[in-house]
Design a protein around this ligand. Structure first.
Ligand SMILES: CC(C)(COP(=O)(O)OP(=O)(O)OC[C@H]1O[C@@H](n2cnc3c(N)ncnc32)[C@H](O)[C@@H]1OP(=O)(O)O)[C@@H](O)C(=O)NCCC(=O)NCCS
Length: 325
């Protein structure tokens, strides 16, 4: 049985910083409210770069950090819910820009759990086929599906991209335990965006209502604080591992209160969780790989460390992986 290791990360976020104070000029909100309820201080919002460009720049960073060239990549998966176009896929556009001529490429849609879903998909494909290296990217320009007049959602989200490179290895498998789930019924009522209109000569009436993000904040909050600790417990149990041996839990960065409540339920200190939601807000599929890339950049994780990735979001979906780097 082949093993798979994650050998490197990279990230790229738009330079344009939008602070809570900036949002006070757009909607009836306050810096104090946003910080108290979410922990978010600022987010990056694109002023021109699309999802493809963010994904491409994050991929370049990841390749550089691993001393790999585009020809070394055999598979590209991009997790996004905010593509620039329906077709070609973001992954194909990135493949073309990078010149990864050997790589198959496709997008995966699982909202904020999408990067973890993509890691599981890529590692399974590497084990099952003759592909040797995968580039997995989470990239979002959520700013284009946000209703900037809705204070209950527009303060929460941001744009960005993160990337990881997975490689077939002769060593033991780096993906130690995994889980992934969905609840489509609850997803219909709690988190919806990007509905396309059925506007044809054959349709009696236009049906699209939710082009922009709509969310039942309390319902999503309850869901998140339940699944985040349960993902961690399931991964540890499946791996026969104890939390003390985990260097960091890297959660989806939705809200500091969700992370703090999860750490209380797991009886671990807050600093077991890596948090950067204060700087980027919720970047959906990009949040986990941006956090991973930052951890590596800061020298807080190294080869051999065990970490847990835990994500949850639209769909509803939730997923996790216990990884040895
Ligand atoms: C969105 C969230 C921060 C709201 O916090 P909350 O404590 O549940 O707040 P409520 O929705 O109950 O609203 C409380 C009050 O604040 C108001 N409010 C909402 N957004 C506001 C904002 N940006 N600024 C100021 N006031 C705001 C509400 O209108 C409400 O006012 P009212 O009491 O006069 O009706 C919280 O529900 C949450 O984090 N949910 C999860 C969201 C998430 O992470 N989604 C993505 C998951 S991947």
């Amino acid at each position: 049985m082949k093993g798979v290791r994650i050998v490197g990360f990279g990230h790229y976020c738009p330079e344009n910083i939008v602070t809570n104070k900036d949002l006070e000029n757009i909607v009836d909100t306050s810096d104090d409210w946003i910080i108290k309820r979410t922990g978010i201080k600022e987010r990056r919002i694109s002023n021109g770069e699309g999802t493809v460009e963010l994904a491409y720049k994050a991929a370049l960073e990841a390749l550089k950090n691993c001393n790999l060239s585009s020809e070394d990549i055999d598979l590209i998966i991009v997790s996004t819910i905010s593509p620039d176009r329906m077709m070609p896929s973001t992954a194909c556009s990135v493949q073309g820009l990078l010149g990864c001529n050997n790589a198959a490429a496709f997008d995966l849609s699982a909202a904020c759990s999408g990067f973890v879903y993509s890691i599981l998909t890529a590692s399974s494909l590497l084990k099952a086929t003759d592909k040797k290296r995968a580039l997995v990217i989470g990239a979002e320009t959520l700013s284009k599906i946000i209703d900037w007049s809705d204070r209950s959602t527009c303060v929460l989200f941001g744009d960005g991209a993160g990337a990881a490179i997975l490689e077939v290895s002769d060593e033991e498998d780096g993906i130690i335990s995994t889980c992934f789930y969905a609840d489509g019924k609850q997803g219909e009522t709690s988190l919806v965006a990007g509905e396309l209109e059925l506007n044809t000569p054959f349709a009696k009436e236009a049906m699209a209502e939710n082009m922009y993000m709509t969310m039942n904040g309390r319902e999503v909050f309850r869901f998140a604080v339940t699944v985040l600790p349960s993902i961690v417990n399931e991964l540890l149990e499946k791996a026969g591992e104890s939390i003390e041996n985990i260097k960091y839990i890297v959660p989806h960065q939705a809200n500091y209160r969700i992370i703090s409540e999860a750490s209380r339920r797991l009886r671990v200190k807050d600093d077991k969780f890596y948090v950067n939601v204060d700087k980027y807000g919720n970047t959906s599929g990009a949040s986990v790989p941006i956090a991973l890339s930052e951890l590596l950049e800061k020298g807080l994780i190294k080869r051999g460390d065990k970490i847990i990735l835990a994500a949850f979001g639209g769909g509803l979906t939730w997923a996790g992986a216990l990884i040895k780097l």
